[in-house]
Design a protein around this ligand. Structure first.
Ligand code: TXA
Ligand code: MG
Length: 344
């Protein structure tokens, strides 16, 4: 008998052996099975691509750190489909319900205290008493979390310290030829809609603290909570640095990055904003911060080329999503010596 002609073609394997597949229902089912089997899976979220593993398994979580070359002192975010799935993992403070109602699924990560009986591996918390939780607003991520039915630990799917991936091709470029364990599967869901990582908000103590500006603005969080939210000192875009050492290099291209540039120096590429004259690339010719966030990491990767001596970046406004953009750019431009960083 003839073989069935409607059988799907074999998925293309990249040369390094990781498997890149369009995020079809079948591929998502296979990815869920791989997660349950303790393997690594790369999946799209609305912010950046994540490198996921079963957050209950010490061995699976350890393989994330090995694959990224990430110091195991840096905790990672645990992804859940909704607040109900978060409840067994952590002691949720009263602020969690209004924040989740306003922003989940979406680019807000809540740092909360672990429950004593939490099934999560201690490694997702780097041995600490808190855990970071988020429900991503991406249909593929949500379908994967529901199919796997396990909490999924997932940092951004890049080598530690490098620019976060906003396409599946970026993930391949970063992780395919690294020394660590390879993902079983990379689900390709196209380019990420938000383009910068989630906002990390610590609600484990008496006062909420913004640990990392991201896809949800501080203004929106303050409007929901009805109180002011303090930012970690080194996360303030407008504060003079108490010490340059406070800013660890991160989200960094190989080339040096120079900020607040109005023109390129000889040999530099110029990353513009809002129609900067002479820009090599413009984050948003129309001056739209959401468009700029979507383009930031991909454009930094494009300009990070031996054709240039450095990347000069035009000034970006400080309000709204501009806080996240300026935070990532400051880290990209930070001195490269002590590359171990609190954020990856
Ligand atoms: O948008 C995102 O957040 C993406 C997608 C994949 O969800 N994930 C991401 O993860 O950016 P990662 O690991 O690259 O960044 C997580 C940040 C780090 O700065 C980490 O230090 C912080 O969250 N973090 C994680 N757990 C924490 C905890 N328990 N307490 C304080 N900070 C924590
Ligand atoms: Mg990261």
């Amino acid at each position: 008998m003839m073989p069935q002609s409607d059988a799907p073609p074999a998925p293309p394997a990249d040369p390094a052996g990781a498997i890149l597949r369009p995020a079809t229902t079948e591929a998502i089912e296979d990815a869920a099975a791989a997660l349950r089997a303790g393997r690594l899976v790369v999946f799209p979220t609305e912010t950046v691509y994540g490198l996921g593993a079963d957050a209950r398994s010490d061995i699976a979580v350890a393989s994330i750190y090995a694959a990224k070359g990430r110091p195991d002192t840096n905790p990672c975010i645990v992804h859940v489909p909704d607040l109900a799935a978060a409840a067994p993992l952590a002691a949720l403070p009263t602020a969690a319900a209004p924040l989740a109602a306003a922003f989940w699924p979406g680019p807000l990560t809540l740092v909360v205290r672990r429950r004593p009986d939490s099934p999560l591996s201690a490694r997702v918390s780097a041995g600490g008493a808190t855990v970071a939780l988020r429900a991503p607003a991406h249909p593929v991520a949500l379908a994967l979390l529901r199919a796997a039915a396990v909490p999924v630990a997932a940092p951004s799917a890049n080598r530690s310290g490098a620019v976060s991936p906003t396409t599946a091709a970026h993930v391949l470029a970063d992780l395919a030829d690294g020394p660590g364990p390879k993902p079983a599967l990379i689900l390709d869901g196209g380019p990420c809609r938000v383009g910068v990582e989630s906002t990390v908000l610590d609600v484990s103590g008496p006062h909420p603290r913004l640990l990392r500006p991201g896809g949800v603005t501080r203004e929106a969080i303050e409007a929901t909570l009805g109180i002011a939210v303090a930012a970690r000192e080194d996360a303030r875009e407008d504060a003079p640095l108490a010490s340059p050492g406070l800013l660890s290099s991160h989200y960094a291209p190989a080339l040096p990055v120079r900020l607040h540039a109005t023109a390129a120096h000889p040999g530099e590429a110029l990353l513009g904003f809002g129609g900067t004259p002479g820009a090599t690339l413009d984050l948003s010719p129309a001056g739209d911060l959401a468009e700029a966030a979507r383009n930031l990491f991909a454009m930094l990767r494009t300009l990070d080329s031996p054709a240039y001596a450095g990347i000069a970046v035009a000034p970006i406004p400080h309000y709204g999503l501009g806080q996240a953009l300026n935070d990532r750019l400051r880290r990209a431009a930070a001195p490269r010596s002590g590359r171990a960083a609190p954020s990856s």
